[in-house]
Design a protein around this ligand. Structure first.
Ligand code: TMP
Ligand code: MG
Length: 318
């Protein structure tokens, strides 16, 4: 479902560029929707054509998970993130849930605050994730219970996700899901949505269970919203499936997600799509500056699917 974009405060130059993009014909009608903002439509179209010309064999897709592949809201209610799915009495007690919610109330506004720089946010994000993971470890969460918690969570991927995942699998285009959420939960959501195809790779915070299947910690370096560059260099760059693919379609919902492509060795073409879910007025300008395409309050995969169809309908597409 797509909502019309409200009038948002942006500089005149950007407003004119957006007006031009809405009123000019394009090979991709989806880009003329009022919920789509682009600062440089010509650049977007040139990049798309270059990617189409190079063919699907040169393409990789890198996507964030929470609030990018999964929905921000559904039927007017916030949809859960992978961390929030853990808020289930099978896994954690009321006290822990209450503490996690308190932390969310404190730190989420900081995460999305456009007046703070990433450098200012980083120590606070580390604090948030560390506190939450500490709370979770105390709960002795059982691995066997995760699937049921996901099933009963109400988590839902964006409308049209099947087309997105299935087309990438069909064309053997690798999809790297790069998430600061909880990897075990993320995998379960993708599995239960029946789209965990062999081309899907996940980089995330994975739980570490003891021999009895009880949570005892988290594996590897902590990934939060604003250190994805380090994760990209350390964990994504070595993946052999991605190494020889210089064209990247990147999807995210945070400015921190733009760093997910920093591990690509010799990028030729990079097209970035940002879902602007929340605090639209306050953040529109920075999103339009940073992402090639901004989707405002759009809970669907309609535009990413159209981009993908265009890019992969060239010469060596099946
Ligand atoms: P993402 O990288 O897949 O988007 O996952 C990170 C999101 O997780 C980030 O936007 C904030 C969210 N989050 C929660 O909802 N609850 C929490 O307790 C924490 C630590 C993060
Ligand atoms: Mg996200």
């Amino acid at each position: 479902m797509t909502y019309p974009v409200p009038w948002i405060k942006i500089p005149v130059r950007t407003a004119l560029a957006i007006w031009y993009q809405w009123t000019t014909r394009t090979e991709l009608p989806e880009l003329s929707k009022v919920s789509v903002l682009m600062r440089q439509r010509n650049k977007v179209e040139n990049t798309l054509r270059a990617m189409q010309h190079a063919g699907p064999g040169t393409l990789q897709v890198i996507s964030d998970f929470d609030m990018t592949l999964s929905r921000f809201a559904h039927h007017g209610k916030r949809a859960p993130t992978t961390h929030n799915i853990l808020d289930h009495r099978l896994l954690i007690d009321e006290d822990c849930a209450c503490n996690m919610r308190k932390l969310l109330k404190i730190y989420y506004p900081i995460e999305i605050d456009p007046s703070l720089t990433s450098e200012q946010k980083i120590p606070l994000m580390v604090e948030w994730w560390t506190k939450v993971h500490h709370l979770l470890i105390q709960q002795k969460i059982q691995r066997d219970m995760l699937a049921q918690a996901v099933q009963e969570s109400g988590v839902i991927l964006r409308e049209g996700y099947e087309v997105f995942f299935d087309r990438l699998a069909e064309l053997q285009v690798p999809l790297l899901i790069f998430s600061a959420g909880v990897g075990d939960i993320l995998e379960e959501v993708v599995r239960q949505s029946q789209v965990f195809h062999p081309n899907v790779h996940v980089i995330s915070n994975y739980m570490d269970f003891d021999a009895n299947g009880v949570l005892r910690g988290f594996k590897g370096p902590l990934i939060h919203t604003f250190n994805k560059r380090e994760g990209a260099l350390l964990l994504a760059a070595p993946l052999p499936e991605l190494r020889e693919r210089p064209n990247v379609l990147l999807l995210g919902d945070s400015l921190g997600d733009l760093a997910m492509a920093d591990g690509v060795a010799r990028p030729h073409n990079l097209l970035t799509v940002g879902f602007l879910n929340d605090q639209v007025e306050e953040r529109a300008e920075s999103y339009v500056e940073a992402f090639d395409i901004v989707l405002v309050k759009d809970e669907s995969m309609e535009v990413p699917n159209a981009l993908l169809k265009f890019i992969t309908s060239g010469k060596d597409a099946k």
